[in-house]
Design a protein around this ligand. Structure first.
Ligand code: AMP
Length: 299
């Protein structure tokens, strides 16, 4: 089953304690599509500027990502820059330039609209809502967000949360959204806002899945070396939802398996800048790390 993904395609400038990159390919939808495409075809909705170049879109197409829903607008692509502290969990956004994204009016192509699986990657909540409204065949929807939108577009975000099945948040976002310091209480408050389940990401400490009928916790896959955590959340979501769509099942046991796949795709993402590592591996590498993680957490 295909997955529709809406979000940013971007140029990122990243500083880590050890290295830096300027104008590397990034964006919430980009990372999601790279990860989900190990499992299932992805239909992408977004906007880029004339500076984006055809190469990045061609690379996505080679992975089975349909980019017909990516509009090329006059102007510059979305740009983001960030800096990580040595603990990797603390990230400072240095600059966000919405550029063509500022006035983006998403148009979901007709042949995407029947897809039952939809991911609203990190983007302005009104863009996420407009896209969701066009996905008339949607049966299982998930959304991601970021502190920026919780701060400046809270009402729109609350409206969106009433409409989606699941939401992915990191610990800081969950606290900011609910005002609750204790993570599990924050998760329960998120459920009161509408979603059926929440995936709470805690960076290198792993992730929780908390829903009305499912509770699950998983450590992160212990990678030898983190190079750049950017995109870990989106790659997690891509592995998670891509797997669910590929097996056409969202029961609690399948959601748990999806947590392992999300953890694995995120682990490959952080092993390189941009999509350098996740774009260089194949499904067999995903499966072998899945098996490793599975035995790590089994009795
Ligand atoms: P993650 O590390 O999973 O939170 O995702 C990072 C990606 O999100 C980067 O590649 C950025 O280009 C993109 N991004 C950063 N800020 C925003 C924002 N406010 N809205 C949408 N995408 C963003």
């Amino acid at each position: 089953m295909t997955v529709v993904a809406v979000g940013t395609l971007a140029f990122d400038s990243i500083e880590t304690p050890y290295d830096r990159r300027e104008d590397a390919l990034g964006g919430s939808a980009t990372y999601f599509a790279y990860a989900a495409s190990f499992f299932t075809p992805v239909q992408l909705v977004g906007v880029v500027g004339k500076d984006f170049g055809a190469g990045h879109l061609a690379d996505l197409q080679k992975r089975g990502v349909d980019t017909a829903g990516v509009e090329v607008a006059d102007g510059k692509s979305f740009r983001w820059s960030g800096r990580y502290e040595a603990d990797w969990n603390t990230r400072h956004t240095l600059d966000t330039q919405l550029n063509v994204f500022e006035h983006f009016d998403p148009k979901v192509p007709g042949d995407y609209r029947t897809s039952p699986y939809v991911f609203l990657a990190n983007a302005a909540p009104d863009i996420q809502m407009k896209a969701l409204a066009q996905c008339t065949g949607a049966r299982f929807t998930m959304a991601d967000t970021m502190n920026l939108w919780i701060d400046i577009a809270r009402d729109g975000l609350l409206e969106l949360l009433r409409k989606v099945d699941g939401v992915v948040l990191n610990d800081e976002e969950a606290r900011l959204l609910t005002g609750e310091r204790h993570l599990l209480r924050a998760a329960r408050k998120v459920l009161e806002l509408g979603p059926r389940f929440v995936v709470l990401k805690k960076g290198e400490h792993g992730a929780f899945l908390i829903g009305r009928d499912v509770h699950f916790a998983l450590p992160a896959y212990p990678v030898d070396e983190v190079i750049d955590p950017t995109g870990a959340g989106d790659s997690f979501a891509g592995g998670f939802l891509g797997y669910l769509a590929s097996v056409r099942n969202t029961d609690p046991r399948t959601l748990r398996r999806a947590m392992l796949y999300g953890t694995v795709t995120a682990s490959y993402c952080v092993e390189g800048f941009s999509v350098e590592r996740i774009g260089a591996i194949d499904r067999s590498k995903v499966e072998s790390r899945f098996n490793e993680l599975f035995s790590l957490v089994s009795l």
